[in-house]
Ligand binder design. Structure first.
Ligand SMILES: NC(=O)c1ccc[n+]([C@@H]2O[C@H](COP(=O)([O-])OP(=O)(O)OC[C@H]3O[C@@H](n4cnc5c(N)ncnc54)[C@H](OP(=O)(O)O)[C@@H]3O)[C@@H](O)[C@H]2O)c1
Length: 341
């Protein structure tokens, strides 16, 4: 099978198509033929070693000293089960599935084995592979942090980085909770972020977000644009802060700060939970959730997808297709209008 290996740390030139044997599923695994996968900010971070402040020194011990220990990146995929391990009872050959294997990665390949106890969910016919592949990374991260912080009807939430993969999911899920959503993005993205449900859009290119007068029940920082101190200044006493892309210093500080003003800070890695992915699938079928898709790129052009992620301007997810997939503009996924900058 064809896989894309990250052969070193560096620019997207380090990516190489390689041949590997098709893996054999163990007792509790299924083998999935990958039809669509994504290049996420996580893949880009590992390939380029661009880490949030303070995590740089930890990256090589965690991911591999001279190159990624797991050279096949890609954490999420959609496709079809083509083999099952002998102890698997809840999946069968022919099932369409979506999966999120987090740090185990390995989705930038034509076939991928995944344990059935991991984040693996069956897909209904009404969700195409491109839409499905864009569900887990942003959506489950958003659900994890919304669960950690809590959000009630009528509360005010500030979503910083609303046009990213995590942020565009947070906007929709927070609206679903009945919150008043203030979304921070650049002006070019304002229209489609409003279409996603934001009540108010703040253009960070013309407004100093850190200096806003408003106080929010929840500040959801998804891109590392505001540090913990700034995020807390925008939070009411007794409110919450979600720090998705915070630096190491802020993560450590989050344990000790906030007590005086009773502000709860949620930071650190998100869990990958099958029930969260199942919820996203159901909400998508109901038309209540639309994973945002920046672009759909053939698998062979993966370097182009990495470069788009590295621009830090992508909108939602970049999906790689391994063969002809249905037109995502006709499925439930939402595609923002083309970029003109
Ligand atoms: N803790 C965890 O478990 C976890 C899980 C997933 C992701 N993450 C981290 O979360 C971060 C977000 O991931 P992602 O995939 O959602 O990112 P992404 O899609 O790559 O974010 C790109 C978006 O960020 C926006 N942006 C850039 N600078 C901004 C600013 N100053 N203010 C507001 N928006 C800005 C861009 O909009 P413009 O074009 O308008 O600038 C673009 O649409 C990453 O750092 C990732 O590593 C953490």
């Amino acid at each position: 099978m064809n896989v894309v290996e990250c052969t070193a740390y560096g620019s997207s030139d380090v990516l190489r198509v390689r041949q590997r044997p098709v893996p054999v599923p163990s007792a509790h695994e299924v083998l999935v033929r990958v039809r669509a996968t994504t290049v996420t900010s996580g893949d880009w971070r590992i390939r380029s070693l661009q880490m949030p402040p303070g995590f740089g020194a930890l990256a090589r011990p965690i991911f591999g000293f001279s190159r990624p220990r797991q050279p096949v990146l890609g954490s999420e995929a959609a496709g079809e089960v083509v083999r099952v391990g002998h102890a698997v009872t809840d999946f069968q050959v022919g099932d369409r599935v979506v999966l999120f294997d987090g740090a185990k990665m390995g989705c930038h390949a034509e076939f991928k084995c995944v344990h059935t106890a991991r984040c693996l969910v069956k897909l209904p016919d009404s969700i195409d592979d491109v839409t499905a592949a864009a569900l887990p990374f942003g959506g489950t991260t958003a659900l994890h942090f919304l669960r950690a912080t809590g959000l009630a009807k009528g509360e005010r939430v500030l979503v910083i980085g609303a046009s990213g993969s995590v942020g565009s999911a947070v906007v929709q899920l927070a609206k679903d909770c009945g919150a008043f959503v203030s979304a921070v993005c650049s002006g070019i993205n304002a229209g489609w972020i409003r279409d996603l449900g934001a009540d108010e859009v703040i253009d960070y290119q013309t407004t100093d977000v850190a200096a806003l007068e408003a106080q929010f029940d929840l500040v959801f920082e998804t891109v590392g644009a505001l540090n913990l101190a700034h995020a807390m200044r925008l939070t009411r006493d007794g409110g919450r802060v979600a720090l998705i892309a915070g630096g190491l210093g802020d993560m450590l500080r989050s344990v000790f700060t906030g007590h005086r003003r009773r502000i709860k800070v949620a930071a650190g890695p998100a869990e990958e939970r099958a029930d969260d992915l199942q919820k996203l699938v159901e909400r998508t079928v109901q038309g209540a959730f639309r994973p945002v898709i920046d672009s759909v790129v053939p698998f062979a052009e993966i370097a182009r997808a990495h470069d788009r992620v590295g621009s830090l301007r992508k909108r939602g997810s970049i999906v790689l297709t391994l063969e002809a997939c249905p037109d995502p503009t006709r499925g439930p996924a939402y595609r923002p209008p083309p970029i003109v900058d």
